[in-house]
Design a protein around this ligand. Structure first.
Ligand code: WT7
Length: 656
């Protein structure tokens, strides 16, 4: 049975318990429908009310939505606010001594930061940035380990109106350089090393390498947070400054820069269907509002929650549901530097017990790997503090969902399967846990105010059970505003002419079931989802093609039990096609090359060599056939348009 058939047959329904429903921020389906009806009948009134309720304004807005220059929408455009003020200052009166962050380092040591302390540390670092001449609108690249300081760096940028661009610490020097260049960053903030799973990565040395590769003249200073005792090999007195020396003696208060609602808060690069990552640019107020609405409705935030999102700040999940969402709403959250499998596969469960976590948000790939490495381990821990579970990043298979529900949630915790994207900024489709009954594998229904549709090529809605393209038919506050430096690409990628520029095209295929629940089936573009990480096939192909040995490469995805998808690369070398041990040696070299060009997360799991690739007579690589070969499937489709059908036979036997 294919996975599509199996999810279509999924009939188990899990309504919230009476207890959960009664206490929930949105209670019962009446609660959900009331909100949806308000959004349907008065869209601007709905968002305007939320904007006033959940965001603190310096200057209140008078206009809610401006669609006159679609798809460049503006929300709350004459309002003024500051996101860092909303995350820190506004809590000082009532909860200055509340713990904002429980930080657990890789080695298990724990420290706590209150809202007051966080406020002062952010202010002081903001003053540090100012002392280096950083002003509103400047770009600051953050290439840091997942520590409290990474959050402080982001908040400090927000405080002074600098646009941060966080680059995941697992990306290589090459990927870092590309992002620094595109953003024309003035400052890079890094650490001497990051530590994950007991292993150190020399982030400072990688930053030096990125800057050394060239064309990063915009960078004036590199700020280095001292995470470990190791001294960087190279230090430039003129261009490098230690974080602790920068802030020494600086005042620990800093008036926030009052920002227009539409001023950019950050740019975060993500993969698309071309070789060049896209700088997703988010606004200040609209983005922030999206995080607050979802903290309240989807995560059902309560004052005494201990909330834990296991993502890294290098991804959008870490932006919205670590750096901004929980702080904005005044939550106590766990921030974890390490990996789920170190020192063993019980780490998450031990931490839930230790910190009495109530709300736990992680990725299906982590759940699957922890089932495999120790499905019985959770039983050794007391997980009774949990009341709500969440997943994000990829579809969750019903088996993993049931395990999560029973073994982790003790059958009592609703699971919010949250569908969204870097571009949407906050949750779009997810069950409101005190209202919507969940089904294993479905992200269920859109949030009130989010107008989704599943449409065919002509833009017409599809019937239940039929696959189509997931679109959002109305602009919403946390939607991406543009692609940094590339407004034309923004328009053609997300508001394509095929739908008259009217719909936001998510790039996912999906279908409805008979209850109107949404099931995400996967990407419709050349984007892979490997362990919840988004990778462009073209990006990996261009990295491979840049290797002097390689003539041509094509990359496809293949289903994988734990990662969701794995990366398979078909490579044509400039020289002879290598076989056996020689082939394995070249494959190893190319894997290392990709790790160096992009990062380990993009390394092909499998490399196959051919004399050529299957192409149409017009020279287009037929990736569909490569996908069949990668999966070991029979090729049943018409191959008469193929220039060189014999190559299929060779590639079929090309596994090393
Ligand atoms: C793509 C977006 C959203 C933060 C993490 C990833 C896939 C995401 C789900 C889900 C099925 C999901 C989609 C989407 N995806 N969440 N709950 N169920 N698929 O952000 O890197 O921008 O990737 O991740 O394919 O388009 P991202």
């Amino acid at each position: 049975m294919s996975s599509i058939d199996s999810v279509l047959k999924e009939t188990r329904l899990f309504p919230p318990s009476d207890d959960f429903r009664t206490k929930a921020n949105v209670s019962g389906m009446e609660g959900y429908h009331t909100l949806c009806e308000k959004a349907n009948s008065d869209y601007q009134g709905f968002w305007g009310d939320l904007g006033r309720e959940l965001v603190s304004w310096r200057k209140p807005f008078t206009k809610v939505l401006d669609e006159s220059n679609a798809p460049f929408f503006k929300w709350f455009e004459d309002g003024e606010m500051n996101v860092s003020y909303n995350c820190l200052d506004r809590h000082l009166e009532s909860k200055a001594n509340k713990v904002a962050i429980i930080f657990e380092a890789d080695d298990g040591s724990v420290s706590r930061v209150t809202y007051r302390e966080l406020y002062h540390r952010v202010c002081q670092f903001a003053n540090g940035l100012k002392s280096l001449g950083v002003v509103k609108g400047d770009r600051v690249v953050i290439y840091m380990p997942h520590t409290v300081e990474a959050i402080i760096a982001m908040q400090a940028c927000a405080r002074i109106g600098a646009i941060h661009s966080v680059v995941f610490g697992g990306f290589s020097a090459g990927a870092l350089r590309d992002r620094i260049q595109d953003a024309a960053a003035k400052i890079v903030i890094t650490a001497n090393e990051s530590v994950r799973g007991g292993k150190a990565t020399p982030l400072k040395a990688m930053t030096d390498e990125a800057l050394g590769i060239g064309n990063c003249e915009s960078v004036e200073k590199v700020i280095v947070f001292q995470r470990t005792g190791t001294k960087p090999d190279h230090w430039s007195e003129s261009n490098n400054v230690w974080w602790h020396q920068l802030v020494k003696g600086l005042p620990d208060v800093c008036e926030p820069e009052w920002m227009n609602a539409e001023d950019p808060l950050f740019v975060l690069y993500t993969s698309g269907s071309t070789g060049k990552p896209k700088g997703i640019q988010h606004s200040s107020a609209g983005y922030f509002l999206g995080t607050q609405v979802s903290m309240k409705w989807v995560f059902d935030y309560k004052e005494d929650d201990v909330y834990w999102c296991t993502a890294d700040v290098g991804w959008i999940t870490g932006h919205s549901y670590i750096a901004y969402g929980p702080l904005g709403i005044g939550a106590t959250q766990v921030v974890f530097e390490g990996v789920p499998t170190y020192p063993d596969a019980g780490r998450f469960w031990a931490m839930i017990e230790k910190h009495q976590v109530t709300t736990f948000y992680t990725a299906p790939t982590a759940i699957r790997s922890l089932i495999k490495l120790g499905g019985e381990l959770p039983k050794q821990y007391d997980l009774s503090s949990l009341r709500l579970l969440g997943t994000v990043g990829e579809p969750i298979n019903p088996d993993a969902w049931m395990w999560y529900h029973e073994v982790i949630g003790g059958g009592r915790c609703p699971i919010v399967d949250t569908w969204w994207q870097t571009e949407t900024g906050s949750n779009m489709v997810a069950p409101l846990p005190g209202a919507v009954a969940t089904k294993p594998g479905s992200c269920t229904l859109p949030l009130p105010g989010i107008m989704t549709a599943i449409v065919d090529e002509s833009g017409a809605p599809v019937e239940p059970g039929k696959g189509g393209s997931l679109v959002i038919t109305r602009p919403f506050p946390s939607l991406v505003r543009t692609i940094y430096n590339d407004a034309a690409r923004f328009k053609s990628t997300y508001f394509p002419e095929e739908f008259n520029g009217k719909f936001y095209l998510a790039g996912d295929s999906a279908h409805y079931d008979e209850h109107g629940y949404i099931w995400i089936m996967g990407r419709i573009d050349d984007v892979l989802n490997v362990s919840g990480h988004r990778l462009g096939t073209m990006e990996i192909e261009s990295a491979l093609a840049a290797n002097p040995l390689v003539a041509e490469a094509a990359v496809v995805g293949k289903p994988h039990d734990i990662k969701g998808e794995s990366v398979v690369a078909f490579v044509v070398l400039k020289g002879d096609r290598p076989e056996g041990e020689a082939g394995k040696a070249v494959a190893k070299q190319l894997r290392e090359w990709v790790a160096h060009e992009i990062g380990k997360i993009a390394q092909p799991d499998e490399i196959r060599f051919g004399d050529n690739l299957p192409k149409t007579r017009s020279g287009k690589i037929m990736r569909r056939l490569l996908r069949n070969i990668a999966k070991g499937e029979e090729i049943t489709q018409d191959i008469s348009t193929l220039e060189n059908p014999a190559i299929l036979e060779q590639l079929r036997h090309s596994a090393l």
